[in-house]
Write a protein that binds this ligand. Structure first.
Ligand code: FE2
Length: 320
């Protein structure tokens, strides 16, 4: 669907824009250049009715006009954790879960799908339960890369006048992970953004939030010590400071979109909008995650660099 055919609907999509404060001639565009459906933390698996849930989510976003009177997305981006716990799953279990995703996507999604890698998509880093030794051809991120049809766990592309970066947030640590990118990816990212024209807007998708207050919100008493609060390195990018410096230098990064926390958050800082989205699987399919429903986000990218998001529950309830 091309956005020029869209009819503007007076919804919360444009809440907070400065329409009334600007002269008519300078009014911001009402229709986005690109609408992305961000489906994150699907955690597809044979149990918990997850396959039917993912199918329902895909069907929902392709019938938005009929269901909610909204224009459908141009593109689907899955935000990581497509499958469940491959880090500690054996080969047969991981293979089964990827097959479920491949078939569900083929049967229920007619739109282009681009994918971010999440920690649950990485095979075998927790070696004993996964029965891996690190020499397997599909070990680590290679299996997810193969499923997603690319060589590297990160990539970028241009769409609708925007430059879209899919980062790989997940860095190995003690047979598990923390949130950061390695030097090879830093080198790639700096060169990638340097090649983007200054007037072109950039949006970055990562699995783990680059900047978020949610790790503080969910930390609980266990994080409190005599000298302060300790946050796990798996909850957010420990290299956030380096990202902030890069964004300040480039000045055309408008938003960073993440998942991982299964919670909805908007944080605007230093000209960049940080959006964390709730999960397709909510509380990993067992019910709401805190108060956050099973859902996906519509991320609208405008010609003037604005980014607006709305979170869309797709009407799912946990299997009883
Ligand atoms: Fe997740």
């Amino acid at each position: 669907m091309t956005l020029s055919r869209r009819t503007f609907l007076s919804t919360s999509l444009v809440a907070g824009t400065a329409c009334s404060a600007l002269p008519a001639a300078a009014a911001p565009a009402r229709t986005p250049r690109l609408r992305i459906a961000h489906l994150t933390d699907l955690h597809i698996q044979p149990e918990l009715d997850a396959v039917r849930g993912v199918a329902a989510c895909l069907e929902h976003l392709q019938s938005l006009q009929a269901k909610l009177g909204l224009d459908g997305p141009d593109l689907v981006i899955t935000g990581g954790d497509t499958i469940m716990d491959a880090m500690a799953a054996d080969m047969a279990r991981t293979k089964l879960q990827w097959e479920l995703w491949r078939k569900t996507k083929a049967d229920h999604c007619g739109l282009e799908v681009q994918s971010v890698i999440g920690n649950h998509d990485i095979w075998g880093w927790t070696r004993a339960p996964a029965r891996t030794n690190g020499d397997e051809p599909l070990y680590g991120k290679r299996w997810a890369c193969e499923e997603f049809g690319r060589e590297t766990p990160y990539k970028s592309f241009d769409r609708g006048g925007w430059h879209i970066v899919l980062l790989d947030s997940v860095f190995p640590f003690e047979q598990s992970y923390i949130g950061r990118i390695d030097e090879r990816q830093w080198d790639w990212l700096e060169r990638d953004l340097a090649a983007v024209p200054a007037e072109m807007h950039v949006v970055i998708f990562s699995h783990i939030p680059i900047l978020s207050a949610l790790p503080i919100a969910v930390a609980g008493p266990a994080a409190q010590g005599a000298a302060g609060m300790t946050l796990p390195g798996g909850r957010l990018h420990i290299d956030a400071d380096r990202f902030l410096k890069l964004f300040a230098a480039r000045r055309n990064v408008r938003a960073c979109v993440s998942g991982h926390m299964h919670l909805v958050e908007q944080l605007d800082y230093s000209g960049v909008r940080y959006l964390c989205n709730g999960a397709v699987s909510a509380g990993w399919w067992r019910g709401l995650n805190r108060d956050t429903d099973f859902g996906y986000a519509l991320v609208d990218l405008y010609e003037d660099g604005r980014v607006e998001r709305q979170y869309v529950p797709y009407g799912w309830t946990a299997a009883s």
